[in-house]
Design a protein around this ligand. Structure first.
Ligand SMILES: [Zn+2]
Length: 313
């Protein structure tokens, strides 16, 4: 059977037709153009699903369901998008609107939760029924899977690991209004600030030279690979922040694995190995067995729409 998965972002919409085994039989990406408003975005979305079915060589009537991931607070039980700042949607009845326009079953979920489900069903988390998925991107996205199912909390408003407090006396105020959120230390934006600070303090370092044309989330990792001590210090401290939060989550959930995605996870083993080692040393020292795996996400930007498709499988 075939299912449509859609990942609506503030800038781009990614979608694909996925079969029961996680094969993507057709896919596309196009600009969201959110200023067009909800109705126009919705109608184009349905038209594009129809053409993806055609591309894949079957009729839209044969499509078994449509799953949609949205960046924001989504009540997936009711199919409602409660709020989505990126798209300027508030209280949108998305699942029902799609159902009414297409006659298909439709489920809607937070985009990070969809990506978590995608990785668990078809990606590097497929050997685990209990995992926590974290995206280290511009912000932090997270999803929790318990016994193969998404855990979303009351009103589906939970599983927001990025807003877990890790520093009571922090001065930085997070986008959520709280202080000392994990996101303020481990997002790509946070790593860029940490790198900029080190550049300012060490203007003669290789890191500073490599950042002449701008700082990205890759800068510190790249300079550390060249042997720069200042950059290595930034990377070590950053990895420490990542591990600190993961240890906190392990104490609450003790999942089988953490799956790390997002731009910074592209650093691969440089990030994953020290996190995994420090986490399991902590577990070992406290006798909190069993060990917990830490792996890189493997579906890239397909995780969102593949997980969205899995919502209706
Ligand atoms: Zn926060």
């Amino acid at each position: 059977m075939y299912y449509a998965g859609v990942d609506i972002g503030g800038k781009n919409v990614k979608m694909g037709i996925v079969d029961d085994f996680g094969n993507v039989v057709s896919s596309m990406e196009y600009k969201t153009l959110m200023e067009r408003g909800y109705d126009a975005i919705l109608l184009e979305l349905i038209e594009n699903i129809k053409s993806l079915c055609e591309q894949a060589g079957f009729d839209f009537d044969e499509l078994s369901g449509i799953g949609i991931g949205v960046p924001g607070i989504v009540n997936s039980n009711a199919g409602l998008v409660m709020s989505c700042a990126n798209l300027n949607w508030k209280g949108v009845d998305l699942a029902n609107d799609v159902k009414n326009l297409t006659g298909k079953e439709c489920k809607v979920c937070n985009d990070a939760n969809c990506a978590a489900l995608g990785e668990q069903r078809f990606g590097s988390g497929r050997n685990y029924k209990n995992l926590v998925f974290i995206t280290l991107g511009t912000g932090i996205g997270s999803g929790i899977i318990i016994n193969g199912n998404l855990f979303e909390g009351l009103g589906c408003a939970g599983a927001e690991a990025g807003h877990m407090g890790i520093q009571v006396e922090a001065e930085d105020i997070c986008s959520c209004g709280n202080k000392g959120c994990w996101e303020s230390y481990v997002s790509a934006s946070a790593l860029i600030s940490q790198t900029q600070e080190a550049v300012k303090k060490n203007p003669n370092s290789l890191l500073a030279k490599m950042c002449k044309d701008g700082v990205s989330g890759k800068s510190a990792f790249a300079a550390a690979r060249e042997g720069d001590a200042v950059a290595k210090n930034v990377v070590d401290r950053y990895i420490g922040y990542v591990t600190y939060g993961i240890i906190g989550l392990t104490n609450i959930l003790h999942p089988q694995a953490f799956v790390l995605g997002g731009g910074i996870a592209n650093e691969g083993a440089t990030l994953i190995l020290p996190v995994k080692t420090m986490l399991n040393e902590y577990i070992d020292n406290n006798g909190f067995y069993p060990y917990v795996d830490v792996v890189c996400a493997s579906l890239g930007n397909k995780a969102g729409f593949m997980g969205a498709a899995a919502l209706v499988m």
